[in-house]
Structure formats: C-alpha cells, structure tokens
Design a protein around this ligand. Sequence first.
Ligand SMILES: [Zn+2]
Length: 62
Amino acid sequence: MQTSRDTRDLWSARHRDCGADPTDLNLDLDLARFLCSTHAGHGPQCRQYLAAAAFCYGNTAR
Ligand SMILES: [Zn+2]
C-alpha cells in the first residue's frame, strides 16, 4: 500500500512531539514504520521512536 503525501504530512504534524506517546499506533503499521524513520537517532528520550520501534518489531519478529 502506498502512503499518500497528505497522509504523511498529517502524521508529521500529529507525531512531531518526541516527548508524547503516540496513541494511534496500533491502528497502522505504516505509521509505525514512518515514525521509525522520522524519529530515528533521537535517542532514548524520544517516545515516538520507542513506541514505533516496539510496534514494528512486534509485528515483524514473528
Ligand atoms: Zn523523536
């Protein structure tokens, strides 16, 4: 599935805050992957990355 540019813009706006837990991750693996790449390298204080990475890993490591 291709993610549209509008959707990515929306995700960027909603998940810009590294200190906030993403709340809609369980709905969308594409979103989790997007956050993994967007917040990669932000370190352990980035909750967006931690949550997204955990979600991606949980869905691919089966
Ligand atoms: Zn971040």
